[in-house]
Design a protein around this ligand. Structure first.
Ligand SMILES: [Cu+2]
Length: 361
């Protein structure tokens, strides 16, 4: 090893980087079955369970990790004179401290007090109106990934541009294209504003009336107003990371903000049901993140903008920042039990980005 950075040192130390920030972390905890100390290649290290000791105060955070998987915001729905569906959303930027691993508090900037922000969901062709109020202490915007005019793009110097503390604006456009998208603050410095927590999912369901044959059936299963969609177990997972000591590198990784959340509380799934994960990567400072499913394989829809998989039968997918897609898999015929999923950057997994699906009997 040519260089051994302070970060490497923290990650390989017994307490891990989390310990530096004040947490009690048991990523190298001894257990009866696995707590053995070995010497490999002259390096002493310990074997044990991954995870963190203690529990995050979810109530104080204001959101529960299991709830975030399905907490869609469909907006206030009305009809325009031309028959078009209008969905109106209200988003307030606030500063809020969040507990991201037991004992570690992150001074987040949030949309509606949560990280990730509300999971906006609509149907292609809907009119979207987002009322945005900046009640935070820094200038912010909302930039949507999607198709819209320049002045609705939520970037500095164009249209309403930067929204200063106390100011508000409205972003309005028609939802397109269908897919698994995101929104985030686009104020400068961008990496700081995104990393602090200003991002969320923007899911546009396909409209089955626009498609025929098998594609129409797939569109129904993807559209939240169809009964076919109710038969699918849908989950939203936003991969994120947290630089707790502001050195420009992440110390904590997670899906949906709380490290090890779905290890501590595995996601219940049943074998007869199609599983669908809307996966979005917003991790700052690291060029890529990934999702690896254990003991099974999945189909993948890149950006969610197609009705046929863009990749079939893979067990790992990588995404750079803002990349996203839809994963579909089935545990039909599998033995009940816990099935692991995690980033296959193993250091991310050990620093929080790992969880389990609990396959019910
Ligand atoms: Cu911002």
């Amino acid at each position: 090893m040519s260089t051994f950075s302070r970060r490497d040192f923290l990650k390989s130390s017994a307490v891990g980087a989390v310990g530096l920030a004040g947490a009690t972390v048991a990523s190298r905890k001894y257990t009866k079955t696995s707590g053995i100390r070995q010497s490999i290649s002259g390096e002493e290290h310990e074997h044990g369970q991954m995870g963190a000791v203690g529990e995050v105060d979810h109530q104080a955070n204001g959101f529960y990790p299991l709830d975030l998987l399905t907490d869609w915001d469909y907006g206030q729905v009305s009809k325009l004179p031309n028959g078009q569906v209008m969905r109106e959303y209200y988003i307030v930027a606030t500063d809020k401290e969040l507990e991201i691993v037991p004992g570690v508090f992150f001074p987040a900037w949030t949309y509606n007090g949560r990280v990730p922000g509300p999971a906006l969901r609509c149907v292609e062709g809907d009119r979207i109106r987002v009322n945005f109020l900046n009640a935070g202490t820094h200038p912010h915007t909302i930039h949507f990934h999607g198709i819209h005019s320049a002045k609705m793009d939520g970037v500095p110097g164009v249209g309403p541009g930067i929204i200063n503390p106390g100011e508000h604006t409205i972003y309005e456009f028609d939802a397109a294209p269908f897919g698994c998208h995101l929104y985030h603050c686009h104020a400068i410095p961008l990496k700081r504003h995104i990393h602090k927590g200003l991002y969320g999912a923007f899911i546009i369901d396909p409209d089955p009336d626009k498609y025929t044959g098998s594609r129409r059936e797939v569109a129904k299963s993807r559209n939240h107003s169809y009964i076919e969609n109710g038969m699918v177990n849908e989950m939203l997972m936003i991969m994120n990371g947290f630089d707790t000591n502001f050195d420009g590198e992440n110390e904590i990784y997670a899906v949906n903000t709380v490290a090890f959340a779905y290890q501590n509380e595995p996601i219940p799934i049943s074998s007869g049901q199609l599983q669908r994960v809307y996966l979005i990567n917003v991790t700052e400072f690291d060029p890529i993140n990934s999702f690896h499913l254990h003991a099974n394989f999945f189909d993948y829809y890149d950006h969610g903008t197609t009705l046929e998989p863009t990749l079939r039968t893979v067990d790992t997918i990588m995404q750079c920042q803002a990349q996203r897609g839809i994963l579909e898999f089935n545990f039909e015929g599998f033995e009940p039990g816990p099935y692991m999923f995690h980033a296959h950057q193993t250091e991310f997994a050990e620093l929080g980005w790992m969880g389990f699906f609990e396959l019910q009997g």
